[in-house]
Design a protein around this ligand. Structure first.
Ligand code: T5A
Length: 230
């Protein structure tokens, strides 16, 4: 990913749009095509007159990007699971306070590559952490804030890993075994079932164009109808 994801607080307030802020997240396993679809979605939203803030997790602020570095660095192979979970939420707390919440408060749309569903999928499903421990931190850090819409790109694990590994050398997560990623996928699919009102499950084993068409249809149906009819 080459995009500079850091937010600039001055820019956020200067660019607040006329539409009420909406919070969209993209989720999925490794190599599911989130970044590819995020770029397409943002370009399409701009055509519709919505200029969203584009960000990612872990990361999105200078400090959270440094925490991302710690989380992804293969040198930290022995990092404890609790430390991993706390780092994920420490990064999220900074990202929310200094990037996402000010943008939403200013009426701006936010499109974010991964959010807390990834914690339930990777630390909960993949690492086997109890859901209740994640819920405590979610309540503490998010104080009720949830995405308005989550686009979950679902792909067989082997296919996603092949795509991801073709592109770059494995980070600390990508070095996990197949069973880890099968648990991640199962956890994501369970989230989609449990939160069907928020999550759109999209088959990602299609062409980029076909996936993009489903993404647009989902956003138009769930979020844009009110905006376009004004
Ligand atoms: N993490 C994150 C946690 O453990 N807990 C958390 O709470 C959070 C927030 C972050 C890591 O952190 C972990 C999970 C992750 O391991 P990341 O960079 O966000 O890392 O996640 P990755 O999945 O590693 O991101 P990738 O950039 O590798 O995958 P994407 O974004 O899903 O895929 P993308 O778009 O880069 O595409 C990958 C390749 O596939 C091709 C693309 O051209 C590219 O080469 N591609 C397609 N090929 C064929 N058909 C299509 N439809 C295609 N779409 C894309």
């Amino acid at each position: 990913m080459n995009t500079d994801w850091r937010s600039d607080d001055g820019l956020l307030s200067a660019q607040s749009g006329a539409h009420p802020g909406r919070f969209i997240t993209l989720e999925g396993g490794e190599g599911a095509g989130k970044t590819t679809q995020l770029r397409r979605l943002v370009a399409w939203l701009q055509e519709q007159g919505v200029d969203p803030l584009v960000t990612r997790e872990p990361g999105g602020t200078a400090a959270a990007e440094r925490m991302r570095g710690l989380l992804l660095d293969s040198a930290n192979v022995g990092l404890s699971i609790d430390a991993e979970l706390l780092l994920v939420f420490a990064a999220r707390a900074d990202h929310l306070a200094r990037c996402i919440e000010p943008a939403l408060a200013a009426g701006r749309w936010v499109v974010c590559d991964r959010f807390t569903d990834a914690t339930y999928a990777y630390q909960g499903g993949g690492r086997g952490l109890e859901r209740s421990r994640i819920e405590v931190l979610e309540r503490f850090v998010q104080r009720g804030l949830q995405p308005d819409l989550t686009l979950l790109l679902d792909l067989p694990v082997a296919q996603g890993l092949a795509r991801a590994r073709q592109r770059s050398s494995p980070d600390r997560f990508e070095a996990e075994d197949l069973a880890f990623f099968e648990r991640v996928r199962t956890a994501y699919r369970e989230i989609a079932e449990r939160s069907a009102d928020r999550v759109c499950l999209i088959r990602a084993d299609q062409t980029e164009e076909a996936v993009a068409a489903e993404v647009k249809a989902c956003v138009a149906r769930r979020l844009l109808a009110g905006v376009l009819s004004r």
